[in-house]
Design a protein around this ligand. Structure first.
Ligand code: SF4
Ligand code: SF4
Length: 54
């Protein structure tokens, strides 16, 4: 997942991932890309379009 620089680390995306693969660490978003099923729920939930599939 690509995180755009305007991400505000609100944690909304982390809360919706059905597999719990996103962790917010202050000003870093950590994704477990190996387990990601690319459902894009996180991409669609971000209110400011800060996520992009890579
Ligand atoms: S929902 Fe969007 S703004 Fe919030 S932490 Fe996730 S990517 Fe960043
Ligand atoms: S695409 Fe789906 S599985 Fe992958 S991190 Fe986002 S919500 Fe989780």
């Amino acid at each position: 997942m690509i995180v755009k620089e305007w991400c505000m680390y609100c944690g909304e995306c982390a809360g919706v991932c059905p597999r719990n693969l996103i962790e917010v660490k202050e000003t870093v978003l950590v994704f477990d890309d190996e387990q990601c099923k690319e459902c894009e729920i996180c991409v669609k939930c971000c209110p400011i379009d800060a996520l992009e599939k890579n």
